[in-house]
Design a protein. Sequence first.
Length: 357
Amino acid sequence: MPSCSLTAPRVEIEDILKEQEELNESDRIRITEEIKGISSVVDETDGFLRGKLDELRDEFTQDEKSSLPAYFFDDKDSEYALMFLRRENYDPKKASRKMISYFQSKKKYFGLETALKPRVSIHDLQDGDLDTVRNGGMFVLPSRDRSGRSMLISNRENWVYTDRQAMARLWIYLGEYCLFDHKHQQQQQKKHHHHNREQQDCAAEGADYHSTVDPASSSAPYLPNNSQVRGIVCILHDSSKYDLWKHHDRKLDKILTDLYHKSMPLTVSCMHIWLKGMVWQIAVPFLLFLFGREIRQHVQTYKHNNDKCIFIAAMKEQGINTEDLPKALGGDLVIDFQQVVEDMINSEEDEFETKAQ
């Protein structure tokens, strides 16, 4: 199944440096802040969001409105549509096209029944789709970085799949798992209410109040987790056993990156790539080509270092603590990957029970 080509389009690390040199000062600052998760965000006031949602719905033709799922146009629960607006920097036209593309992608890889639901359930995956998670090949860390962003880890050596469609389904599911982080949303809701109480107390005492609440959620009717507002962090690594001819599959890479660019309401705001040897010479330049210019500007690369000091220091600078990183990345976290799968199941069940109340 894996395929490797020495003639595939490539972008070298030197090319990224040239692209960075071409940036103006404001773009360079913006990208640096996005990588660190400290960039300014839009104040999603009630009026702003409702106006954008109305514009978004106007972008669909009557034929599209009659053939697309009802959750696209749900006035009472706009959570789904808002994800795409945030992904496309609140551009209604781009968001509407991506919503349609994502629906078509889910229909292709999961079937119409699953596509007609706003969220892919873990039970919609097929037998074997989670083998890559169980093998430590791709998974979401239980903690978040200092900005509240989900962190997705990928070790290509440990990917286990019978066909490329299995990895496409897993990629879609994990993307939604980051975006529909129910527990994080609950925590943010409590923080929001706590902020309101403190603000009211200060007002009653005639004192000034300085909020520490993320402005993206301070006045919105729906409080998103920061993976929707600030994107996610991806860490790609190997464990010195990467077999280029066995593990590198450029056709699969094309499928997954196409899903990201054309369909998924997901933003990778920072990507750390920590690989070695021949992988640098062939696999990474091809990946950098597929990522496109915008993602490439958010890529951080590291030469393989056995004592892992360079990588750990870089992670700390990015707001990722050693205790939150797996041992394979020089951290202190011991991961039971079967428990990871069970936690995903439990998280989903908790969310549905909460909504049913």
